[in-house]
Ligand binder design. Structure first.
Ligand SMILES: C[S@@+](CC[C@H](N)C(=O)[O-])C[C@H]1O[C@@H](n2cnc3c(N)ncnc32)[C@H](O)[C@@H]1O
Length: 260
C-alpha cells in the first residue's frame, strides 16, 4: 500500500490530503452537509440505464455508498432487486420513510452494522463500512451503479474497493461508473478525481471500458476557487474475466436460480 506522502505527490501535486473516515461522512449527514445528495434521479443513470441493465428487468443491482439517493427508488420502481451499502444510519431510515417503504431491521455483528430489508423483498441496505461488507452473504450481481462511491473512497483503499466489485459480479455484468476529473493541484476533493490512467490501471485487467459522453460542470463558483477544469465522466465497464477465486460463487448462483 502506498504511503500518504506518495499518494499526496501522485494525486495532489505534493499537497497533503486528509482521508475521510466513514464516521466523518456520518457527521456530514448529522450536520446537513450533504452537498452531494441531489433531489433528482441522476441524469446519467437515466441516459445509460438501458446499457447498464442490457434491456433486462428484475435484475440484481448493487449501489455502493448509496446515501438516500433517489436512484435507489428509480431502479427499484423498474422491478429490479436493489442492494445498497451505506455507513450512516440516518439517510437509510430517512430514505425508507420518505418512500413509505415498510421494512425490518436486523443487527449484524459480523459487519459491525445492521441490515434494513424492505418487506416486499425489493430492497436491502446494509448499514456498515463498505470494507466490512460481507460479499459472500449475497448472491452475485448483474449490475452496479456507482455514483459518488469511488469519489468518496480514499486513495489508499481504491484497490480494495475494486477487488470488492470484482467479487460481487457475474461474468458480463456491467458497472456504470460516474466520477469527476479535475486538476488535483487545484482541489483535493472529495469528490476525489479519477483519471483515465487510474481507471485503466484499476479495472483494465478484468473489465472492458467504454467512455460515455462527459458533462462539463465548470461554473463561476469553481472558477472563483481557482479551478480550471471540472468534468463529470461516466464509463460503462463490463466484467470479461471473473477472478478464478470467485468461480464457486457462480456455480452456487446457478444452482439457486434452478431452484426457483
Ligand atoms: C458522495 S456520497 C454519495 C451518496 C449517493 N451515492 C448519492 O449519489 O447521493 C458518499 C456516501 O457514502 C457514504 N460512505 C462514505 N464512506 C463509506 C464507507 N466506507 N462505507 C459505507 N458508506 C460510506 C457516506 O455516508 C455518503 O452517504
Amino acid at each position: 500500500m502506498a504511503s500518504e506522502k506518495v499518494l499526496a505527490n501522485k494525486y495532489h501535486g505534493g499537497k497533503s490530503y486528509t482521508p475521510m473516515s466513514p464516521r466523518d461522512w456520518e457527521e456530514c449527514w448529522m450536520h446537513g452537509k450533504t452537498f452531494f445528495h441531489k433531489p433528482y434521479v441522476h441524469p446519467q443513470l437515466i441516459k445509460y440505464e438501458n446499457e447498464l441493465i442490457s434491456g433486462r428487468r428484475g435484475i440484481r443491482i448493487f449501489l455502493p455508498l448509496c446515501g438516500k439517493s433517489l436512484d435507489i427508488q428509480f431502479l427499484r420502481s423498474k422491478g429490479h432487486k436493489i442492494v445498497g451499502v451505506e455507513f450512516a444510519e440516518m439517510p437509510i431510515r430517512t430514505f425508507l420513510e420518505e418512500h413509505s417503504i415498510e421494512y425490518e431491521v436486523a443487527d449484524m455483528p459480523s459487519i459491525e452494522g445492521q441490515v434494513f430489508k424492505a418487506l416486499d423483498g425489493s430492497l436491502k441496505i446494509y448499514q456498515c463500512d463498505i470494507f466490512k461488507f460481507d460479499a459472500s452473504a449475497e448472491d452475485l450481481f448483474d449490475a452496479v451503479w456507482d455514483r459518488g462511491a469511488f469519489g468518496a473512497i480514499n486513495h489508499h483503499q481504491r484497490e480494495q474497493y475494486v477487488d470488492l466489485l470484482k467479487m460481487i459480479l457475474k461474468p458480463d455484468s456491467k458497472i456504470l461508473l460516474n466520477t469527476f476529473n479535475y486538476d488535483q493541484r487545484e482541489y483535493s476533493g472529495p469528490p476525489h478525481c479519477l483519471l483515465d490512467e487510474d481507471i485503466q490501471q484499476l479495472f483494465g485487467d478484468f473489465f472492458t471500458i467504454e467512455n460515455c459522453e462527459p458533462l462539463d460542470e465548470m461554473n463561476d463558483a469553481k472558477r472563483m476557487r481557482g479551478m480550471t477544469r471540472f468534468l463529470q465522466e461516466t464509463r460503462l465497464l463490463c466484467l470479461r474475466l471473473m477472478p478464478f477465486s470467485n468461480m464457486h460463487r457462480l456455480k452456487k448462483c446457478e444452482q439457486n436460480s434452478q431452484l426457483f
